[in-house]
Design a protein around this ligand. Structure first.
Ligand code: NAD
Length: 373
């Protein structure tokens, strides 16, 4: 153990509409109990208010104050720093930086760290000994996606084909979302004589898939109406008739290699198609191997679905929002921060703890790439 306590500084998110936080009041409390010191910036965007952090013992500081904070603080945040700022970064930073996969402008994002002798521990690449990410937002992506699927299917039972599902806005908590979805589902069930939608989740054993199943169950869809597929069920290779025989299809797979499409236009053009709502949580929209190659755009919360062109059968739409967890910023943050907590508790030993040394080696590797440019 190093001698001095770890000092964390939670910076206010600056990405527009980002209401999630990398540290929540409850996880901050556990870190404080373990001897950490924590500064939390006031934030106009966060779903958590400064008082919640103050009550557990964090010290509240002004928004953006990390920039001039002493060098011994570790700056923690979720999203990228504003692109229009270029000053060298002198601290250790924990965040998603999106600069290790040759993203546009990655050099400019990364260069700031070595320029100031700073360090980046990228949250996307914090992995356990089995190579699995220690914290990810998948569960609430699937949960929110399935909610939009039920809302869309319900909307279609009650409205003409000319209308699309109206926009949705972030919910203060999970209960409020479930309540709203249940109300719409109940109205739709009157139209279907009480017959629940048949739901199919592919990637059911993963984080997003588990979240989708949890939502379906929490809004009261009977378990025998929820088909849960993973590798075993898709091993025979697509396309799958079972998808169009479902009412709501939620795709939650992690696409790691080219696979045959799950659906194609021929399947969708069947007169007998039941399928009304596709939620592509995986949202590999621009990937040439997208297994749902029936749409081309990423949808957004204020217009969550896009109609799919079909020659026969009822109206079909796709929801392909790529920031679904933001529908439930409180629970999504809580879930993420809880998963991150065991690794944060190892920060005093970050120069020897594998989860942190691996992240540091990865940082060094990519900085070395910069030097070769
Ligand atoms: N839309 C969003 O807002 C959002 C948010 C978070 C994650 N995601 C994306 O969702 C995807 C899933 O993430 P995750 O964290 O749940 O991953 P995960 O690794 O926890 O789960 C993926 C699951 O898919 C299964 N799978 C992979 N290929 C399959 C196939 N061909 N057939 C059937 N099952 C298959 C795996 O066995 C696994 O159970 C990722 O692409 C991720 O980027 C999207």
């Amino acid at each position: 153990m190093s001698q001095s306590p770890v000092i964390l500084h939670l910076r206010a998110e600056t990405k527009p509409l980002e209401a999630r936080a990398a540290l929540t009041p409850s996880t901050a409390k556990k870190l404080l109990d373990a001897g950490f010191k924590i500064y939390v910036e006031e934030s106009s965007q966060s779903i958590f208010n400064a008082d919640e952090y103050k009550q557990v013992g964090c010290e509240i500081v002004p928004e953006g104050s990390w920039k001039t904070a002493p060098k011994d603080r570790i700056i923690i945040g979720l999203k990228e720093l504003p692109e229009n700022e270029t000053f060298p970064l002198v601290h250790e930073h924990i965040q998603f930086a999106h600069c290790y996969k040759d993203q546009a402008g990655w050099q400019d994002v990364l260069r700031r760290f070595p320029e100031g002798n700073g360090v980046l521990y990228d949250l996307e690449f914090l992995e356990n000994d089995q190579g699995r990410r220690v914290a990810a937002f998948g569960f609430y992506a699937g949960f929110a996606g399935a909610a939009i699927g039920v809302l869309d299917w319900s909307f279609k039972q009650l409205n003409p084909d000319s209308a699309n599902l109206p926009g949705v806005t972030p919910y203060p908590n999970e209960d409020a979302l479930i309540k709203d979805v249940k109300v719409e589902l109940e109205k739709a069930l009157v139209k279907t004589n009480g017959v629940y939608p048949k739901c199919l989740v592919i990637g059911a054993l993963g984080r997003c898939g588990s979240g989708a199943i949890d939502l379906f169950q929490k809004v009261g869809i009977p378990d025998d109406q929820i088909a849960k597929w993973d590798m075993k069920e898709t091993a025979k290779g697509g396309p799958f008739q079972e998808i169009v025989d479902s009412d709501i299809f939620v795709n939650c797979i992690y696409l790691s290699k080219p696979i045959a499409p799950f659906v194609n236009q021929e399947l969708l053009n069947q007169e007998s198609r039941k399928l009304r709502s596709i939620v592509d949580v995986s949202a590999d929209t621009t990937n040439p191997h997208n297994p749902i190659p029936v749409y081309t755009i990423a949808t957004v919360f204020n217009d969550p679905t896009v109609p799919v062109e079909t020659s026969k059968g009822p109206k079909l739409s796709v929801c392909s929002i790529d920031h679904l967890p933001s529908l439930l910023p409180r629970e999504a943050s809580e879930f993420f921060a809880n998963d991150l907590l065991p690794s944060l508790l190892q920060l005093p030993d970050r120069h020897t703890a594998p989860v942190w040394t691996r992240a540091k080696s990865l940082f060094d590797k990519h900085v070395a790439r910069l030097n070769k440019l």
